[in-house]
Design a protein around this ligand. Structure first.
Ligand SMILES: Cc1cc2nc3c(=O)[nH]c(=O)nc-3n(C[C@H](O)[C@H](O)[C@H](O)COP(=O)(O)OP(=O)(O)OC[C@H]3O[C@@H](n4cnc5c(N)ncnc54)[C@H](O)[C@@H]3O)c2cc1C
Length: 339
């Protein structure tokens, strides 16, 4: 008899707000496809789970992004996010379908929801993961090796949940790449109606005030020019280079802590994870906490006056020099190249 009788497949929570699906759901489905492909003998499928009200039409998008099956959980109580009702509904979905693994984005919502569901199910949860693999030695169990930064980002720990199912994990947005949608894909759509034991809301949200979006969303930028403490004297120039390239400026935590930029543009372990096609690191040392947020960029160019700076070890191209001298030259070159 199999160790975890009845548990099968990898399920992904597909987060939506007002019918708009957060990319992290698609990123996790793309990664789940790779995981199931690495254990073909288990015949695992990838399923997306979407909760909300009047959201059934989204199921085909989820299939186009790689799901074999979509569980649509619609209910008026799920119209807006509610910790109580989402936890109730998702716990019921997992108890019913018995997924072997359940992945959730480490978004504000995902970080609220996943641990509560895990606690109800007595399942193991690895939070804030940056890497997921199948244990090559335990393929008949589909044991996940889930890696996350630990001890302030100085170490990476790999966590396994060998004794309970599902194996749960939250993963930050932008850690995995998203496969392009294939609208010719087909899959199963199942509707699931939760049977709430208690429909009295314990917490009533009276008013939701959307935080005004200040500036840009660096996670969506294709080109980023990062300012570190070494570029604090020339942030205008960093911004100007970013603008010439049609990109955005971001910063290391040192620049945020020094009060020179908004936390919204911080890259790294306690900031945002980005994966642009080009990242130019200006006066950034390359501390592991910063690198954790940008190392998946397609092309990394580093400018630093210290030839031993750690950033050069992950850069595709490096300039040893003073950013105050290099950046104006770079800007001129970009302008000349555009003519
Ligand atoms: C729990 C924890 C979480 C953290 N999270 C984050 C995070 O999310 N993001 C993050 O960025 N950091 C984070 N940090 C901080 C991180 O450890 C580093 O302290 C920080 O990244 C350093 O920023 P920096 O490289 O800009 O500054 P510094 O380390 O001061 O480096 C400045 C660099 O600029 C170079 N330089 C100086 N002057 C010039 C010049 N004129 N021209 C060219 N080069 C020059 C120097 O050679 C040096 O390499 C975290 C730390 C902890 C403990």
């Amino acid at each position: 008899m199999a160790k975890f009788e009845g548990y099968k497949d990898i399920y992904v929570f597909v987060e939506q707000k007002n019918g708009e699906i957060a990319n992290v759901g698609y990123e996790l489905i793309s990664e789940a496809r790779k995981l199931v492909a690495s254990i073909p003998h288990m015949n695992f499928k990838v399923a997306g789970v979407i909760l909300g009200n009047n959201i059934k039409a989204k199921a085909q998008d989820i299939i186009a992004h790689g799901a074999d099956k979509v569980i649509v959980v619609e209910h008026p109580l799920l119209e807006e996010y509610s910790t109580q009702f989402y936890t109730d509904a998702l716990t019921e979905v997992i108890t019913t379908y018995k997924p072997d693994s359940f992945l959730t984005g480490a978004t504000v919502l995902g970080r609220d929801l996943a641990p509560r569901v895990a606690a109800r199910l007595n399942a193991g949860l690895t939070a804030d993961a940056t890497k997921i693999e199948m244990d090559p030695e335990k393929k008949d169990e589909a044991l996940l090796l889930v890696t996350r930064p630990t001890f302030g980002g100085n170490l990476f720990g790999t966590i396994i949940c060998p004794d309970t199912r599902p194996q749960m994990a939250t993963i930050r947005p932008n850690v995995f790449s998203m496969d392009p949608a294939d609208n010719s894909r087909s899959g199963e759509v199942e509707e699931f109606t939760p049977t709430f034991q208690d429909t009295d809301a314990k917490v009533v949200v009276k008013k939701v005030i959307e935080k005004a979006v200040e500036g840009i969303d660096i996670t969506k930028a294709d080109i980023l020019v990062g300012a570190g403490r070494g570029a604090e004297d020339c942030l205008d120039m960093v911004k100007a280079v970013a603008e010439e390239l049609g990109g955005e400026m971001c910063a290391s935590r040192a620049v945020i802590d020094d009060g020179l930029a908004d936390k919204a543009i911080q890259v790294g372990q306690t900031g945002k994870t980005v994966r642009p096609s080009l990242y130019i690191a200006c006066g950034i040392s390359g501390a592991c906490q910063h690198v954790a947020g940008m190392e998946k960029s397609d092309m990394i160019i580093a400018i630093n006056r210290d030839p031993q700076a750690e950033i050069f070890s992950i850069a595709n191209m490096g300039f040893v020099g003073d950013v105050k001298e290099v950046l104006p030259l770079l800007k001129e070159e970009i302008i000349a190249a555009k003519k």
